[in-house]
Design a protein around this ligand. Structure first.
Ligand code: NDP
Length: 285
């Protein structure tokens, strides 16, 4: 028989995690603050626990997925975690992960932090993976079980590493989201629908990104930012046209004003001949 797992937190994500473990054949104990959410999982074969303590006692592996890490600290305060491995898949900061690892250690548990690179519907599909960091021995022990949730990617023994990778990947995504939101807002000022514009926008952004990411990475790591493709000087001059057009067309420039400021600073500080990769260096405080 497969090892038992307890899942604390049955929101959209925690519910998907518990269901995937059940489908894989694990005995699963579930706990949720509002007990009603255990119903569908119990119908799928899970055992409900009345308290966090009961849920923790039921399995050597305890997976937690709450809204914030403050909720995790609160729910686990004073709970005996002796001999357990706590896998915290709640979104949080690297500092919070290190703090929770220290707390879990004092309460007797091995701690693994995780960042879920998927939406609930993707859990247990080949497209989903989870970043992990913290107690490596506990990770190796439980990796076959964690694999039921999606791909497993180890990032290091510093418990904060998974969150750092998670937030860095999501930063790239949010950067893309603000660009797409601004592009739709701008094109719709002239009665072009977002649906009509989606295909050319997707093609353009995809083509740009697939070249840009590896080229910028090479430049950032080597410190060789000089470019014969597109200089900061020319981008700085052109970007004024963007801000002016947003204004002319009645679109808020709020997301892009800071980008103009950074381009201005790059030129003021003497980097006009460098490529956009220089911006990654200039952002370092
Ligand atoms: P939901 O809002 O659906 O669920 C939140 C869960 O946290 C509920 O089970 C809720 O219990 C529980 N909770 C909140 N506060 C407390 C507390 N103080 N004590 C005990 N339980 C508490 O959110 P999601 O499931 O979508 O997200 C959960 C985590 O997963 C978040 O950190 C999120 O960032 C992360 N995540 C989510 C993704 C997604 O696409 N949904 C993708 C990747 C990561 P109750 O039912 O009683 O309110």
């Amino acid at each position: 028989p497969l090892p038992p797992v307890s899942v604390l937190g049955l929101g959209m994500m925690g519910g998907a995690l518990a269901a995937a473990l059940l489908r894989a054949g694990h005995p699963v104990t579930v706990w949720n603050r509002s007990a009603a959410k255990t119903g569908p999982l119990v119908a799928q074969g899970a055992t409900p626990a009345g308290t966090v303590t009961d849920a923790v006692a039921a399995s050597p592996l305890v997976i937690v997925c709450f809204t914030t890490n403050d909720d995790v600290t609160e729910a686990l305060a004073g709970v005996d975690l002796t001999g357990r491995t706590l896998v915290n898949l709640t979104n949080g900061t690297p500092a919070q992960a290190r703090d929770l690892a220290a707390r879990a250690g004092k309460q007797g548990a091995a701690y693994i932090d995780g960042g879920i690179m998927a939406v609930p519907q993707m859990i247990a599909t080949p497209a989903a993976y989870i970043l992990y960091s913290g107690d490596e021995r506990a990770y190796e022990t439980h990796r076959p079980t964690l694999a039921a949730l999606g791909g497993t990617r180890w990032t290091g023994t510093d418990p904060g590493r998974a969150a750092l990778h998670d937030l860095s990947l999501l930063t790239g995504m949010y950067g893309m989201v603000i660009g797409v939101a601004q592009a739709f807002a701008l094109i719709r000022t002239e009665n072009v629908t977002a649906t009509e514009f989606a295909e050319p926008l997707h093609a353009w952004v995809s083509a740009m990104l697939s070249g840009l990411i590896p080229e910028m990475a090479t430049a950032v790591d080597s410190g060789q930012h000089l470019t014969d493709v597109s200089s900061l000087g020319i981008n700085q001059a052109a970007f004024r046209n963007f801000l002016t057009t947003y204004d002319d067309q009645g679109v808020s420039p709020e997301l892009f004003v800071p980008f103009q400021k950074l381009l201005d600073r790059s030129v003021e500080e003497g980097h006009a001949a460098d490529g956009l990769s220089r911006l990654a260096d200039l952002l370092k405080k």
